[in-house]
Design a binder for this molecule. Structure first.
Ligand code: COA
Length: 335
């Protein structure tokens, strides 16, 4: 590749990939476990089924498959990858899972690390990677979103277990001095509202020896106040996207595709209405996958690219939102 001049560095979107486990859990299946129904789940969320990791599956092998597909689409040599960021809240190793993906890919020249921001994780990781590229530090980055929430869902809690599934997606981005397709972004967190959605440390107290106690490692299942999270999403997502449009002199009419974090169809519809973006521009695949946390946005983008919906130079407005609370928005041009 040619040398890049720092003041002209832009971002190019080169490839995408995704992976979901084969095992399908339908609404009817869940109704055998808790008091719910296909009709209730579908009408309140839009979800029909979700994927559950098989035995031995985890964010490393899901993220690896998604990454490999993105690298193939980008036609990259593995050795040319400088940076791998894995957005996940469910690492296979709490010390970090990205280096295991790096090892599986044999991406020997890349530095790899995890980033945790729940359902905003992919968006935050994309912004983080783009900053390394724009500063001239690295040229090629792989941004992966992968989560295995099935391991942390309380499968006896009908208010939350209906929503989540497992999956991964990846996007390959590259520094270029010819144009900039990462048009703008914004990110926000509000820890004061963090208690609305948690996967908390379980605080189990044990003793090492007499009088020396410690808190045993481990996490409690997901705890969620669904109504508060819903209100947060339908209020904050249109605000952050509208403010971003204003900041960069765009309008919602310039958008070819709205790719929101796939949490609930009613959230997607409401945000679309508030932004005055017509339904046919709002991408949705949550009917088949539910909420795969950091996986949803790249999984949706990859599916739309491979189905020839998203094409070169299409403008995509995207927003991730969820636990933290955290939320963010980005405007990109594909290609
Ligand atoms: N099946 C049947 N009934 C259920 C149910 C289920 N799976 N879950 C809850 N209910 C019941 C409740 O017990 C309640 O009954 P009650 O009125 O007798 O007390 C009733 O349905 C309504 O519950 P409510 O919580 O008000 O439902 P809702 O319309 O808010 O829908 C969610 C619940 C979870 C689908 C919705 O709040 C939501 O999607 N929130 C956002 C969550 C989210 O996206 N989280 C991840 C963000 S990244």
């Amino acid at each position: 590749m040619e040398a890049i001049k720092l003041n002209q560095i832009g971002i190019s979107f080169k490839g995408s990939g995704s992976y979901v486990p084969n095992q399908i859990l339908t609404n009817q299946n869940i109704s055998k476990k808790v008091d719910t129904s296909d009709e209730w789940i579908k009408s309140r969320t839009g979800i029909s089924e979700r994927r559950i990791s098989g035995i031995g599956e985890n964010v490393v092998n899901m993220g690896y498959e998604a990454a490999l597909a993105a690298i193939e689409m980008a036609s990259w040599d593995i050795d040319s990858i400088d940076l791998i960021i894995l957005a996940t809240s469910t690492p296979h190793d709490l010390f970090g899972s990205a280096p295991s993906i790096q090892a599986k890919l044999a991406a020997h020249n890349a530095v790899a690390f995890d980033l945790t921001a729940a359902c905003s994780g992919f968006l935050f990781a994309l912004v983080t990677a783009s900053q390394f590229l724009k500063m001239g530090s690295y040229k090629r980055a792989l941004v992966i979103g992968a989560d295995q929430l099935s391991s942390y869902v309380d499968w006896n809690d009908r208010r939350s277990c209906i929503l989540f599934g497992d999956g991964a997606g990846a996007i390959a981005i590259e520094a270029t001095n010819e144009f900039n397709n990462f048009i703008g972004f914004d990110m926000k967190t509000d820890g004061e509202r963090g208690s609305f959605l948690n996967l908390p440390f379980n605080n189990n107290i044990d003793s090492i020896i007499n009088n020396i106690d410690f808190m045993n490692g481990g996490f409690s299942p997901i705890q969620m106040n669904g109504q508060e999270v819903y209100k947060f999403a339908v209020k904050e997502v249109p605000i952050i996207l509208n403010n971003l449009f204003k900041k960069i002199n765009y309008s919602s009419e310039d958008v070819d595709w709205l790719v929101l974090h796939q949490a609930n169809q009613r959230i997607l519809d409401s945000v679309g209405e508030r932004l005055k973006i017509p339904k046919e521009k709002i991408l949705s695949n949550l009917e088949y996958y539910g909420n795969t946390s950091a996986g949803t946005i790249p999984l949706m983008i990859d599916e739309a690219i491979r189905n020839n919906k998203i094409k070169q130079n299409d403008i995509i407005a995207t927003s991730g939102f969820g636990a933290g609370l955290s939320w963010g928005a980005a405007l990109i041009k594909w290609g």
